[in-house]
Design a protein around this ligand. Sequence first.
Ligand code: TMP
Length: 206
Amino acid sequence: MKLFVTFEGGEGCGKTLQSKNLYLKMVKLAMPAILIHEPGGTPLGEKIRHLLKKSCDIPISSLSELLLFNASRSQIVADVILPALEEEKIVICDRFSDSTVAYQSFARGLDISTVEHVNGIACQGVIPDVTFLLDVPPEIGLARKRAGANDRFEQEDLDFHHRVREGFLKMAKQRPRRWVIIDATLPVKEIREIIWKRVSREIEKA
Ligand code: TMP
């Protein structure tokens, strides 16, 4: 069956763990699924990911950032996502175009219609069926992360991360049929159950 599930949220929200848990559940049930992440997921995308996250010494303007995220995205959409959906697979993606709206528009301040326009070109008509927002106060999410290495985004100030959170919450509230807001401070097992409940409903519907 064809299903596109995305995970979104601020730093340290636990979406990488939860997307992996969902993927492993699919594997256990012998359902055809792939797990991917953004930026990255292709040879070009991984190089762009490194540039965007790790190259803190290279100045990157907000507009360049928008275009780089979407260069990575257009490659993964064409090479991985569209072919997988055509093969009736379940595609689980750790971040997608909603991250660009939250980070490059709400947090960086780029005009939202510009961001949505560029996202639209890269997405080639692909829209998630379900998006899980793992909502966590930035103070908590960053504290979970700051024990590890700091990347370009983790180094941004608290206000930046509050704007990211508000952006995600605004988008989620505008489209409640697609988005599921989850309190990411809940125990991991409880979050996993909320996610599975919604995904199994989607599978039954299909
Ligand atoms: P992550 O995959 O470890 O979450 O790292 C990706 C970082 O890039 C994260 O800080 C969010 C940021 N990001 C954007 O700013 N815009 C985007 O479009 C995407 C996909 C990620």
